[in-house]
Design a protein. Structure first.
Length: 231
């Protein structure tokens, strides 16, 4: 058996964009006339919650007020996309792994809880850094009935690229993504960004955890995951 696919679990596994995401939420609140301001700690707590509800919906319950969640989310997506379009670097080692994967003809996928507009902006902004290498599949929030930690997103990604779970590895930056991939039978490599580092991934991936991505680490993580699954 050989590794056939690498699935990036979240746009944060590709680029460090948590600060931009939080700024877009706060901008959306102002645009919608809400007197809300998420600190880093509040943002981390809301996004660390592992369920299908929007963080806006959870926060509205905490504040005891009724909010047009869909309107806030649309505004946030527009603002976030505009911020991402200004450009952002890839996380350490991501470009090398993407280009090495392309050279080995591995499938590349992106699985994200984010909406389509900001993901498109991120992909456009990082195209040059990725050497023009694209993704064979992208499963986003609008494609799903259930968000991670439900495994639906990873199951859909595997089905679309025609790869078995045992032949894939998910590079994840959050506990929800890690749990979703594991529930789909996919080995995981933890690659926590600033958001996960402040709150913790919760559990180590079967393949371990790294601060700098490399193809050697990806291969080793996939082999470790296979061994753990066989035990």
């Amino acid at each position: 058996m050989a590794l056939e696919a690498i699935l990036f679990g979240g746009i944060g596994a590709i680029s460090e964009c948590a600060d931009l995401d939080r700024a877009a939420w706060n901008g959306a609140f102002r645009a919608q006339g809400l007197d809300w301001e998420w600190s880093w700690d509040m943002y981390q707590r809301l996004l660390a919650t592992r369920d299908d509800r929007s963080p806006v919906a959870r926060y509205a319950v905490q504040q005891g007020c009724a909010v047009d969640v869909a309107a806030v989310e649309r505004t946030q997506s527009h603002l976030f996309a505009a911020m991402l379009a200004e450009g952002l670097p890839l996380r350490p080692g991501v470009a090398a792994v993407i280009m090495a994967a392309a050279g080995r003809r591995l499938k590349l996928g992106l699985v994200s809880r984010s909406a389509t507009e900001p993901v498109r902006a991120m992909l456009k902004a990082t195209a040059r850094a990725r050497g023009g290498v694209g993704f064979d599949v992208a499963i986003l929030r609008d494609d799903l009935l259930h968000l991670p930690p439900h495994p639906e997103a990873y199951q859909l990604a595997l089905a679309q690229i025609g790869v078995l779970p045992s032949a894939a590895l998910a590079v994840v930056d959050s506990a929800a993504a890690m749990q979703a991939a594991a529930a789909a039978g996919i080995g995981t490599l933890g690659f926590p960004g600033a958001l996960a580092r402040s709150g913790g991934l919760g559990v180590p991936g079967q393949g371990g955890e790294v601060a700098v991505l490399s193809m050697a680490e990806v291969d080793a993580a996939w082999r470790r995951s296979l061994r753990q699954a066989a035990e």
